[in-house]
Design a protein around this ligand. Structure first.
Ligand code: FES
Ligand SMILES: [Fe+2]
Length: 384
């Protein structure tokens, strides 16, 4: 058997395991074996299929407030520029059309993108404006431009899909409005952003963020007082998302009024949601935290997290305290996930039973979504 045959057999076995998990009886949910989080060949398969052909959150629209504001990111194998052009936010390839040099890094504001290698110059709409000394008769400056990657905005987030035939985003998010719509997430304004490298598999962070089972154990000082495990409640799920509610104990100090349409229930909980495959977020009356996960290797991710606030209810001191709190919460989760990653390669990491729907029903939703993705046609057969 060749290496390639073994890889195909292994991926086939894992697809079959995932299908069994998705079809397990409702009272016997379980997680997958450790190799789902540690096998480089399986990661490579997911990178080329599920990850490439779905929508990824690349930040908040208001991060790029002025024309020319840009942010460079690497999503899977693609260097991208997210930029506010004159009419809207666009996502462009960050690869010079001449010899492939990245055009920009980090964040900034520019009227034009000038390549650092031979000075080809592009507009913020991607059009090539100038290519010095390129007199070849066959080369037409006007027909050369940076490819634009499909992007859309929902709830104030910018989503991008690397596949030229993306899935229907409205279909994927149908039902999410009922979970977070009253918070009016598009009105939140960004107050903090940070990027970190975590040594964990991308799915481990999605699952970790989306289950309330660990809250009181892993976050006794930071979250337990406000969102104890025992008050976790499963929320709606849809074609491409899941949710749960982390409710606050009665009598606890208010966390703000937020949007006018919120009812008492919505004000007395954090509503956590994941837009599959790689965004996890928590919205409360006056605070919105979102993590965009960019898988780098089977055991490594780049995470950009943003914090946004509603109106001017929170003063500067309170915002600083909330940022510190979330830094600590993220540190607590990261420590657990990086430790777990060291054990998941074990032959004894066979996948254990999941807790009930209120605690780990979201993990089941994510696994079922992955199983549905496995049934989708491969990009090669979809003309991508
Ligand atoms: S690689 Fe960009 S101008 Fe040559
Ligand atoms: Fe956590």
């Amino acid at each position: 058997m060749t290496d390639n045959d073994m890889m195909i057999q292994q991926v086939t076995e894992m697809r079959s395991e995932l299908a069994q998990i998705a079809n397990a009886p409702a009272d016997a949910p379980r997680g997958p074996s450790g190799r789902f989080y540690t096998d480089p060949a399986y990661f490579d398969y997911k990178r080329k299929t599920v990850l490439r052909r779905n929508w990824h959150c690349v930040g908040r629209a208001d991060e790029l407030a002025n024309v020319g504001d840009y942010r460079a990111i690497q999503l899977l194998d693609e260097p991208l520029i997210v930029v506010r052009d004159t009419d809207r936010i666009k996502v462009l390839s960050n690869v010079c059309r001449h010899r492939g040099m990245p055009l920009v890094k980090d964040t900034g504001n520019a009227k034009r993108f000038v390549c650092s290698y031979h000075a080809w110059t592009y507009g913020t709409d991607g059009a090539l404006l100038r290519a010095a000394r390129m007199k070849n008769a066959s080369f037409d400056v006007k027909s050369c431009r940076l490819p634009e990657i499909v992007s859309q905005q929902r709830f104030g987030f910018v989503y991008v899909c690397l596949d030229s035939t993306p899935p229907d985003l409205d279909k994927a998010l149908a039902g999410l409005e009922t979970v977070i719509g009253h918070y009016q997430p598009e009105r939140f304004r960004i107050v903090h952003t940070a990027t970190e490298i975590w040594k964990t598999n991308w799915k481990c962070l999605v699952e970790n963020f989306m289950e309330g089972y660990h809250l009181s154990v892993v976050h006794p000082e930071t979250l337990h007082g406000y969102t104890p495990t025992g008050l976790s409640k499963k929320g709606p799920s849809g074609d491409g998302f899941t949710s749960y509610f982390a409710k606050y104990p009665q009598g606890i100090e208010s966390r703000g009024q937020g949007a006018p349409d919120l009812d008492d229930d919505e004000r007395s909980r954090s509503s956590l949601f994941s837009v599959f495959p790689c965004q996890v977020a928590s919205v409360a009356a006056s605070l919105l935290v979102s993590l965009s996960i960019r898988p780098l290797k089977v055991d490594e991710i780049e995470v950009t997290w943003t914090m946004s606030t509603f109106g001017d209810e929170l003063d500067g001191d309170t915002i600083e305290k909330r940022i510190s709190l979330w830094e600590e919460v993220n540190r607590e989760d990261r420590e657990k996930l990086e430790l777990m990653q060291t054990a998941l390669s074990s032959v004894h990491a066979t996948g254990g039973p999941l807790a009930g729907a209120d605690y780990e029903g979201t993990v089941f939703d994510f696994l079922a979504w992955q199983a549905r993705q496995d049934m989708a046609p491969e990009p090669a057969t979809r003309g991508a």
